[in-house]
Design a protein around this ligand. Structure first.
Ligand code: ZN
Length: 190
């Protein structure tokens, strides 16, 4: 996995970091790693995720390797702005489930001098860009694409393979119904 290593940390300004990738690529793990390091440096950190996702414990962000951090559930992007007194670092997980308002919110927070770290699924199960991730990638100063390992052939994988037939874009709470695949091995089930 690519490490986030800016040559120097920006001074007197905020910025946006995006961690994008398929399922099982370690996005949330990487988000938690960065937020933990900020906490160790005694920075004031808050973490948000959209209310749609009830996969594990409500109110925690949890990576597939079961690291977790307490988070605040919000119904839309704008609600994030209500929680940020004295916050220096803002973490946002599952960004693909937010409305397009997340773009303005992230820009606003970075413009206020905050470090904003956003993780999300960059493509849906068909390999179609998952909005608002493309827009978030465009406004970010720093981008990390996390890759998984193709379950079929072992190549680097950036696609989320759905193993069951459904035309729903999202199957919440169904991690078992997915696996990581490379471009060559990925297909749309029908
Ligand atoms: Zn493959």
């Amino acid at each position: 996995m690519m490490e986030f290593q800016p040559h120097s940390t920006p001074k007197n300004t905020g910025w946006i970091e995006v961690i994008a990738g398929c399922m099982f690529s370690g996005k949330t793990e990487e988000l938690i790693r960065r937020l933990r390091r900020a906490k160790i440096a005694k920075q004031n950190v808050k973490i948000f995720k959209p209310k749609i996702d009830n996969r594990y414990s409500i109110g925690d962000i949890v990576s597939h390797n079961e690291q977790s951090m307490p988070s605040i559930l919000v119904v839309n992007a704008k609600e994030i702005l209500e929680y940020l007194t004295n916050t220096q670092v803002v973490g946002i997980d599952e960004a693909q489930f937010f409305d397009i308002g997340i773009i303005e919110v992230c820009n606003q927070l970075a413009n206020q001098g905050k470090r904003v770290i956003v993780a999300g699924l960059d493509q849906d199960y068909r390999g179609v860009p998952f909005e608002p991730m493309p827009q978030l990638l465009a406004i970010a100063e720093y981008i990390t694409k996390t890759l998984a390992i193709c379950v079929n052939c072992g190549n680097p994988a950036d696609k989320t393979q759905r193993k069951i037939v459904s035309s729903e874009r999202v199957l919440v709470g169904a991690a078992d119904s997915y696996e990581a695949r490379c471009r060559k091995c990925h297909y749309i089930p029908e």
